[in-house]
Design a protein around this ligand. Structure first.
Ligand code: HEC
Length: 157
């Protein structure tokens, strides 16, 4: 009985440590466009990353990129390079940097910055007509970025 309680305590402590480790968009460190440290400390889930990449409401990466692995998803764009082999061309840290803020890797890129909340001129709030406040989050959450990176590393030639 007592032992079980201690295990629950240990579990609660470990999960709160994980969320405390999450790096906020404004605190991400870029070195030559790459981000060495995981944004969450939790390994990415490539299956979920695959979903984020192909979903219009999430990453919608295929609006600009073709991926052979996602051939079942219609209407793939070709504004950006094909993502096949991205896991061979780039390291995990480089992929994390590209997905979090592609402008750090590709100067003036038209690829959206998926993990960024500052430095935008935001349109006003449509309902109140006031300027948008800072409560708008990044386009993708930290764990979604990690999941997308985990998926991209599986794309080998
Ligand atoms: C609006 C179009 C657009 C969207 C949406 C977009 N990208 Fe890109 N992406 C680009 C362009 C353009 C480049 C080429 C680099 C540059 O900007 O010069 C690029 C480059 C890349 C690269 C490096 C390509 C390589 O293999 O050499 C990766 C990886 C990548 N994007 C992943 C993603 C992922 C993952 C998403 C979704 C979360 C995404 N992109 C969404 C336009 C886009």
């Amino acid at each position: 009985m007592e032992r079980k309680f201690l295990m629950i305590l240990a579990f609660a402590a470990s999960t709160s440590a994980v969320s405390a480790a999450e790096i906020a968009p404004s605190s991400v460190v870029y070195v030559d466009g790459a981000v060495e440290t995981s944004l969450t400390g939790v390994p990415g889930d490539p299956e979920n990353g695959r979903k984020v990449v192909s979903s219009k409401g999430l990453g919608n990466c295929i609006a600009c990129h073709e991926v052979t692995d996602l051939a079942d998803v219609p209407f793939q764009g070709n504004i950006g390079p094909m993502l096949d082999g991205a896991g061979d061309r780039w390291s995990e840290a480089e992929l994390r940097g590209i997905v979090a803020n592609a402008k750090m890797m590709f100067d003036g890129s038209m690829m959206p910055s998926f993990y960024k909340t500052e430095g935008y001129i935001r349109a006003g709030n449509a309902y109140t007509g006031k300027a948008a406040d800072d409560t708008l989050g990044p386009l993708l959450e930290a764990q979604q970025i990690e999941d997308v990176v985990a998926y991209l590393t599986t794309l080998k030639d």
